[in-house]
Design a protein around this ligand. Structure first.
Ligand code: ADP
Length: 171
């Protein structure tokens, strides 16, 4: 009897910070694979609020419960290479991306087509979050917090505290 190959998924992102939108996509993605790698991109072009180590730690803390609940192995790993090289390195056959609005589509469409040229063995799968989380974007969470807006509807209580502390706001 041939053994079934382990299905490894890669969900890449900046996660600066991880939001309830990301969590929703991770939960959905976890149902599709045997092992899910959360790839934390260095992304210096975005000048992240949290440094790479902080983001890795935050994503680990925030996703530990999903590993338990879904019974799927979740691994959080930083990467600073081309996405497709990282996918090959970890043996991922599936890349998971989230789609929010039409605005995400054009960029993702182009990236997927180019990634497919780089490695046709890796499929990109797009997932949509629950409608209540669809509009959440890390960039907006940071903007709202900078201007003293309430972000508790968009991130976990622990991430909220970290964002406020980072911005020197009272928690
Ligand atoms: P990137 O810098 O690659 O955009 P992000 O951390 O912003 O990284 O997002 C990672 C992935 O999660 C992207 O595919 C993005 O579209 C998706 N995503 C982020 N927020 C949401 C959301 N609220 N609903 C669905 N997908 C989302």
């Amino acid at each position: 009897m041939t053994q079934k190959k382990e299905r490894i998924g890669l969900y890449p992102g900046t996660f600066d910070p991880i939001t309830l939108g990301h969590i929703d996509i991770i939960k959905r993605g976890a149902k599709l694979v045997d092992r899910l790698v959360l790839g934390i991109s260095t992304n210096p072009s975005k000048q992240p609020l949290f440094d790479l180590d902080e983001r890795v730690e935050m994503v680990r803390e925030e996703t530990a419960f999903i590993e338990k609940n879904e019974g799927v192995a979740i691994e959080v790993r930083p990467f600073d290479t081309l996405l497709m090289s990282f996918a090959e390195e970890i043996g991922a056959g599936i890349i998971i991306r989230g789609l929010r609005a039409v605005s995400d589509f054009e960029y993702e469409f182009q990236m997927t087509a180019m990634n497919y040229k780089l490695n046709p063995n890796v499929e990109t799968v797009f997932l949509m979050a629950d409608p209540s989380y669809q509009a959440i974007a890390s960039r907006l969470v940071k903007e709202i917090a900078i201007f003293d807006g309430e972000i508790k509807a968009f991130v976990s209580p622990s991430v909220r505290q970290k964002v406020l502390a980072k911005l020197g706001k009272t928690v």
